[in-house]
Design a protein around this ligand. Structure first.
Ligand SMILES: Nc1ncnc2c1ncn2[C@@H]1O[C@H](COP(=O)(O)OP(=O)(O)OP(=O)(O)O)[C@@H](O)[C@H]1O
Ligand SMILES: Nc1nc2c(ncn2[C@@H]2O[C@H](COP(=O)(O)O)[C@@H](O)[C@H]2O)c(=O)[nH]1
Length: 223
């Protein structure tokens, strides 16, 4: 049984990524395996998760698929419903949670966020490695499920740098920045707990952090 993800172990050149989906199909048929392990990316708001994931999706669009979360927060300028998030009203999301449609959900900075079972399934049905971007409560809740992902933490070099990045993004009100920084302090402490994450990436230099992410993903072990 192969231990490494052979697709990423030999990272494709740019014009070869179109063949990835077909290669993955053949590989899973060959090994008799159904799905590769999903990847959970977490870390404080502003640490750079989306920035890293956008690059990864651009370079390996046929290999990875992002699980599109639901949220009750309002869209930011440029965010597209159904692509960045499914933007929903709280009462609707609460009903769906009660109906058991969510793998996990959490309250973050005054809004509900959650991963629907359907969002993960949709990625896996395309034979892509499913990536979930969730907060620390999400990590803890996913650990009670059976999806068995790899857990990667993206951390900022310091709280000061995190604050600079959050402010620089210009997407949050002062009140929201303060709430996110408060949560980030707790998050950065709890992330150090033994066994919480399989790997930690300190996102100081973006280029280095991205290379480390790609390096880790080469070793995504298959179920
Ligand atoms: N290595 C880096 N150096 C400098 N700026 C960075 C770096 N990585 C990300 N940024 C910037 O920091 C800001 C926050 O990044 P990003 O939105 O990716 O964070 P995030 O972890 O996805 O946050 P959230 O959890 O709130 O979605 C963005 O403006 C981004 O351009
Ligand atoms: N537990 C979950 N957390 C999620 C999910 N989708 C996103 N998130 C996390 O929320 C915060 C804030 O995100 P933002 O887009 O408002 O900046 C961030 O830490 C995300 O990782 C989810 O489905 N479940």
């Amino acid at each position: 049984m192969p231990e490494l993800n052979p697709i990423l172990a030999e990272a494709p050149r740019e014009n070869e990524t179109g063949d990835m989906s077909r290669l993955l199909h053949s590989f899973f048929r060959w090994t008799g395996m159904s799905q590769p392990r999903p990847v959970v990316l977490s870390g404080p708001s502003g640490a750079g998760k989306s920035t890293l994931l956008k690059r990864l999706m651009k370079e390996f669009e046929d290999v990875f698929g992002l699980s599109v979360s639901h949220t009750t927060r309002k869209p930011r300028p440029g965010e597209v419903d159904g692509t960045d998030y499914h933007f929903v009203m709280r009462d609707k999301m609460e009903r769906c949670i009660k109906a058991g449609e969510f793998l996990e959900h959490a309250e973050f900075s005054g809004n509900l966020y959650g991963t629907s079972k359907w969002a993960v399934k949709a990625v896996q049905e395309q034979n892509r490695i499913c990536i979930l971007d969730v907060d620390l409560q999400g990590v803890k809740n996913i650990k009670t499920t059976t999806i068995n992902p790899i857990y990667i933490s993206v951390q900022p070099p310091s709280l000061q740098i995190l604050e600079t990045r959050l402010r620089g993004r210009q997407t949050e009100t002062e009140d929201a920045i303060q709430r996110r920084l408060h949560t980030a302090r707790q998050d950065m402490e709890m992330s150090k707990e033994q066994g919480m994450f399989d790997e930690v990436i300190v996102n100081d230099d973006l280029e280095e952090a991205y290379l480390k992410l790609k390096d880790l993903l080469k070793e995504v072990k298959l179920k």
